[in-house]
Structures are given as C-alpha cells and as structure tokens.
Unconditional design. Structure first.
Lengths: 656, 113
C-alpha cells in the first residue's frame, strides 16, 4: 500500500460516517469492550486490574467515559506503585467498588451536555410520574375490585307492588296468550307466504309491482288486497280465542310481573313463550329489568292489530255492538300497557292508542251511521280514559330503574354517594349486550361498554361521575320532563340536547356517566310522542262529537263552538299554533279536522304527501329542541319552505 | 484526624482549587499534596478525590488534559479555569471570614481574629 493510500485509508477510518456509526453502535452494544482491552494491556498487577475493572464496570457509563476513568485510575495506581505503595494499599485507596462507582457515575454524568441533562431530567420526571400513576392505579384497582354495592331495597318488590295487589284471576295477559300465540304463528306464516308468492310473481313477471298484502296494512284493508282471505279465515277460526282475549281485557291489570329471570320455551309451532321466574334471592349483578318486559310489549302491540281488524270487520258486517266491543278492547290494551309505568311501555301504549284511534276514525268515516249516539258517547269515554292513561308516562318508574341500577352497581357511603364497583362495571357491559339482544339499545352504547376492559375499570373511580352526581342529574331530567309534559310542546327544548349541550345533562357529564349514557332514554322523543298522542286523542274526540252532532241535527256543525259544551266540554288547542284552537272546516260535505302542522300556518286542510307526513306532524320540527336560544326561539325553521311540507296534519278524515 | 464528611465536603473542593491555583496537577499529585501539606487532615482516597474533580470539572471550575510525562506515563492534569479562580477567591474570602469569626469565639486555637 502506498503512503498516499495509507493516508487516505487512515483519514477515511477517522472521518467515514459509516465507520463512525459502526463504532458508535459497537460502543452502545458493548460499552465495556474498549476498557477491558485497555486494562488487559495495562501494566498493572492482577488484583488492581480486577479492582479497577470492577469499579469501572459498575459505573455503567458510556464507553468513552469508562475508558477515561480506567486510564485515570490506572495512571494513579502506577504512580502509587512507582512510589513504592503496596498493591493492597493501592486497592484500599481505590475504595469499595460499589460506592466508588456510584460516586464516579454521578460526577461523570454531571459533565455531560446540557441536552443530555435535560433529557435525563425529563426521563426522571416521566418515570416518577409513571410510578406515581402506577401507585395511584394500584390503590384504585384494589378499591375498585374489593368494593361491593349495598342493596338497601328490593326493586322487584316495589315494581311488582301494583300487580301483586290483584289475584291471578284478575290478570288479563294469561287469557290473552292463546290468541297471541295463534296470531304470532299465523302472522309468521303470512310473512313467509308473502315472500314466496312475491318471489314467484317476480320470476314470472319481473316488471310487475308486488302486491300489498292485507297483513301489512291491517286493521284497515281493502277487498282487493292479497291475503285478506287468510286474515278473514284466521279471524273465523280464532273466534273463541278473540272473545277470550277481549273479555280478559276488562280485568284491571295485565298481570305482567317483573323478574330478573324468565324461562324461554320454543314450541313446535314456532312460538316462543316466556315464563317469569321469581327474582333471584341473592343480589346479583344489576341488569336492566326492561329487558324482561320487552317480549310482552311486542306481543301486546301485535295482538292489538288483529283485535282492531276484528273491530273493522264487525263494522263492515254492520254489527255496531261487537265492533265497539273489539275497539274498546284495543283501547284497553293501551290503557293497561300504560299502567306498566315505564317509558318503553308508555311508548307502546301510545302506539296502540294511535292504532285504536285511527281504526275508530276509519270505522266512523266508512260507516257514519253505524253507531248510535250512546255508542258514540261510550266510545268517546273509552278514548278519553285510555288517552289519559297512555299520554301521561310515569317517569318516576324510570327513576326507580335508575336507582336500582345504582344500588347494584355502585358503593353506598350512607349519604347517597359512592363509586362504581367491579360488579357494576360488568353489569353495564352485560346490560349493553342484553339491550342489544332485545333490539332496544343502539350499537354505540353496547360497543362503548364492551370496549372498556377490566383494566380501565378502576380508573372509573376518578374519571367517572359519582353516584350522587349521576342520580341528581337523572332526577333533574325526570322533574324537568314532567314539567314540560304539563306545559306546552314549545317547551321541548328544555329537555333537548341531553348528552350534548343541555344544562341538565351536558356532554361532559354524560361522557363521565356510563350509567346515564346507557340508561338515558330518549326523553325528548317520549315527550314529543306524548304531545302528539294527546293531539290525536283530542282530534278523535272532536270527530266523535261531530258525528254525534250529525246524528242529532242531520248535518255537520258549521263551527266547533256548536259542539261545546254539550258534546265537547272544551275545544282543544292546536299544539302547532299557540293560542289557536284545533282547525275545522267542511268541504264538499266532508268535515276536516286538522292541525296547522310543523310550519305553524293554516293551509286549509292541505294534506301532505305520504313521505312528508312525519315532518308535517313533527313537534320537534315546529319547536326546535336544541337548548341554544338562538335555535329553539326560531318558530319557522327555514327548511319548512320546502313545498312538500307546507301542509297540515289532517286527522279526520283518516288517511287512506 | 478524621474529618466529618460534611466538613470535608465544604473544605475539600476549596483545598483542591487552592492547590491548582499554583499550577496544574494530576490526581496522584493532588492526593500527595493534600496529605502532606495538611498533615493528613485533608488526606483523601481516590474514591473521594476523583468524583470531586469530576464535579468541579462539570461546574467549569477546572479543566482536564491528558499529557505524557517525562517517565513516559500518561497523566491527566487538572488546571484552574477563570471561573475557578473567581470561585476560589470568593471561597477564600468566606473561609477567612469564617475563621475570623470562630477565632473570635475561641474555637480556633492559636489563631487570632
């Protein structure tokens, strides 16, 4: 190798970035290698060499720092040896390796750059914070997993108290179940039949529109509809079951008992029955009792349709007493369902009441001479009584559900406060699952609960709202909803925005309140449904009064004031137009009973398109429910300038 | 005489700075000087001296440099920096004030205030 080449090679070894990187990596991976090599080559006695090696190794410093210290200690040892000191004496002056290394390490690190010092302090701070958090978490973990809820009162005893007053023979549901079962089987059969027939027709004539089957539009049907013959045949075959159920609905209660356990039986005909078992004797993880109620509510809603169909057929046959009896039975379903005193049962009661009212108005319209005045009066009384029950949801039972969950999921410090327990955490997760199974909860709630693992549960003690905070908030919401329901639809904004920007339950509270988040029902929706139900009931009573007037005077009233007070104690108000009465006009010999609709203006009984009906009768469109005053104070939302929604909510005559 | 650790912690660095104010010295030389010139009062081992030197170096009061001695051995010499001189002057003043105060109290034998 020439000298120039050698020089070049030496230069590149010194300055090559790759070689420097390699040396740096080697120093990081084997920091003691250079020191060991240096000491091995040093002119030292073996005991001193090992002693120095021990000291330097224990410093755990960087490679170049170790080498520097080794050089210095070796230099010192040699100087001492040159001056005649014995190896033992030299070793003594070196000191005990462990404390010496510690002192050297500390002092050497102080010579490092300010950047390293800063990073080092930050690492220390982060480690300290982590250790502190870990300690705190350990404390929370122990608290969370060793805490247990205190169950102070029996929820099922309280919620079943009303039904418990009645002996079994006064319970309506058991005698309704044979009809429910028969109708459930028949309905499923009709659904399958519809699918088969429609498939065949689609294959034969791909361009043809599938027919509308009678079981999808019942109780109101037309003679041309497919499947009407099957419905009529079922009605005829099930006459004894229909009569048994209708008779049973005269009893004072449905007799549905709540429990946390029920037995499910799958029958050969496909029907699935549920038998309630006594509640568990020992307190167990809290589950929503609503889940045990849902199968019954669904079936009540379904069976109301076949009984309403029965009423319509009786009317078609010219049998007013039987038609009235069946109609009354449907209203009784609404009334008895409302007695179950939960929000979900209130919503079902409202739906059944609506069905019954539409059926009654359809019968009135199609057979105006069917009922006499006494029968019209009896029907008015039935509608009013059922309407009173169904359109006044008992939210106190919702509070009971919430407090039941709280007492089974949270600790109790004797003053109404406490934190979530591991049992409660698991209960929320299960509740989310079971609610999804029953088709009640939306997926976000279930997913939220399911994504939270047991490791994050203990953090709930500090991150989540306390028991008292949640209970107080829930109580405020209930009280405010009661107040709104006693007021006017324009006050819907007072319970709007729950979980977002409502002062009652702002987002930052609901986000910290998994129980509220999971159990917070749609209060605004219930309130709106209730107001709409009251409006429909009022309109139905006005229609009945008009029919009674016509029977007396052989003409429709010119104005509603002619009905009052004899046939109509008071003229109902238009919920869409504060201070204005319900609207009435006669056109081409046909009376129209209607409300202004969501645009708040009288369109002289202009009907909406079927697609726009939901918007036209929406009170939350008419009175925006956002609690922000800039939004809820707007009385004419711009989107209602759309021509399809410039229409009225017409309740009589009923829509086809 | 064994000096308490807390006292040594205060006196040791000043003593080293004072020695280095005369000329640069290496580790062993400093150990010898401290032992001989203080009759062993400020005698210290390597486990005390070198951490002290590194701390002084970290504070910028002294600086180090490897040199080859006449004997062919390599030695790490320590020298006072400008900052070190300033610090030494300040500490000498403090020590003199302290000595005067203790002498006035009769703590220091044979030393007048």
């Amino acid at each position: 190798m020439t000298s120039k080449t050698a020089q070049a090679w030496t230069w590149s070894r010194e300055h090559s970035p790759l070689l420097r990187l390699a040396r740096w990596l080697a120093a990081r991976l084997r920091p003691h290698a250079r020191t060991a090599a240096y000491l091995a080559a040093a002119d030292l006695s073996e005991p001193i060499r090992q002693h120095i090696d021990q000291i330097v190794r224990r410093t755990r410093l960087w490679s170049e720092e170790r080498l520097d210290i080794a050089r210095e200690l070796t230099s010192h040892a040699r100087e001492a040896a040159d001056r005649g000191q014995s190896p033992e004496s030299i070793r003594d002056t070196l000191g005990d390796p462990r404390p010496t290394a510690r002192l050297l390490r500390r002092a050497t690190r102080r010579k490092r750059s300010w950047l390293w010092q800063t990073r080092h302090r930050l690492r220390q701070a982060a480690t300290g914070a982590f250790v502190l958090l870990l300690g705190m978490y350990a404390v929370l973990f122990i608290r969370f997993n060793t805490a247990s809820p205190t169950v102070r009162w029996d929820f099922y005893e309280r919620v079943n108290a009303r039904n418990s007053q009645y002996p079994a023979e006064q319970h309506a549901y058991p005698d309704m179940e044979p009809l429910i079962r028969a109708w459930s089987v028949e309905f499923n059969r009709l659904v399958m039949l519809e699918a088969d027939v429609n498939n065949q027709e689609r294959h034969a004539e791909p361009e043809s529109e599938p027919p509308v089957w009678a079981h999808t539009t019942m109780p109101v049907t037309t003679l041309e509809q497919t499947g009407l013959a099957e419905l009529l045949a079922f009605r005829h075959q099930s006459r004894p079951l229909l009569d048994q159920a209708i008779t049973a609905l005269d009893r004072p209660t449905l007799g549905v008992m709540y429990s946390d356990r029920f037995q499910e039986t799958q029958h050969e005909d496909g029907f699935r029955s549920y038998t309630m078992l006594p509640p568990s004797p020992e307190p167990r993880s809290a589950e929503s009792a609503i889940g045990t109620l849902l199968p019954w509510l669904g079936r009540l809603r379904s069976v109301s349709r076949i009984i309403a169909f029965d009423a319509v057929q009786y009317a078609n046959e010219g049998s007013p007493d039987e038609s009235l009896r069946s109609l009354t039975a449907v209203f009784r379903i609404a009334e008895l369902t409302a007695q179950e005193s939960t929000l979900i049962s209130s919503l079902v009661a409202i739906a059944v009441q609506d069905l019954a009212e539409v059926t009654a108005l359809r019968i009135l319209h199609d057979h105006p001479d069917l009922f006499n005045e006494q029968q019209l009066a009896a029907l008015s009384h039935t509608i009013a009584r059922a309407g009173l029950a169904s359109a006044n949801p008992d939210l106190d039972t919702e509070m009971l559900f919430f407090e039941e969950f709280m007492q089974r999921a949270y600790t109790d410090n004797g003053q109404g406060d406490g934190h979530l327990t591991a049992a409660g955490w698991e209960a929320m997760r299960q509740m989310g699952s079971s609610a999804v199974d029953f088709g009640v909860a939306e997926d976000p709630a279930a997913e939220t609960l399911q994504t939270l693992s047991k490791l994050t549960g203990p953090m709930s003690i500090t991150l989540h709202a306390s028991r008292r905070e949640q209970t107080d908030a829930y109580r405020r919401i209930i009280a405010e909803t009661h107040a709104v329901l006693a007021s006017h639809p324009s006050d819907l904004y007072r319970i709007g925005g729950l979980g977002e920007n409502s002062p009652l339950a702002p987002k930052n509270l609901v986000d910290r309140s998994p129980a509220m988040d999971a159990l917070l029902p749609a209060f605004t929706r219930v309130a709106e449904s209730t107001f709409q139900s009251r409006a429909r009931t009022d309109a139905a009573l006005v229609a009945l009064a008009c029919h009674a007037y016509r029977l007396r005077h052989a003409r429709w009233p010119a104005t509603l004031s002619e009905l009052s007070p004899d046939l109509l104690p008071a003229i109902p108000q238009d919920p869409f137009a504060p201070g204005e009465p319900i609207k009435y006009l006669v056109r081409d010999g046909q009376p129209f009973i209607y409300y202004n609709g969501a645009n708040g203006t009288d369109q002289q009984a202009t009907p909406p398109s079927p697609d726009a009906l939901a918007t036209v009768r929406s009170l939350s469109v008419r009175y925006p429910t956002d609690p922000d005053p800039k939004i809820h104070n707007r009385l004419a939302p711009p989107r209602l300038r759309d021509s399809t929604t410039n229409a009225d909510w017409i309740l009589y005559p009923p829509a086809d | 005489m064994k000096i308490e650790r807390e006292l040594m912690r205060g006196a040791g660095p000043t003593a080293v700075l004072q020695l280095l104010s005369a000329r640069p010295m290496y580790g062993y030389e400093l150990v010898e000087a401290l032992a001989k010139r203080t009759d062993g009062v400020l005698a210290m081992g390597q486990s005390t001296l070198y951490p002290m030197l590194y701390n002084l170096e970290a504070k910028g009061l002294i600086e180090a440099e490897w040199r080859d001695a006449d004997s062919g051995r390599e030695r790490k010499y320590y020298a006072l920096t400008g900052k070190g001189r300033t610090r030494l002057a300040a500490e000498l003043e403090q020590w003199n004030s302290l000595a005067g105060a203790l002498a006035a109290l009769g703590v220091l034998k044979g030393v007048t205030a």
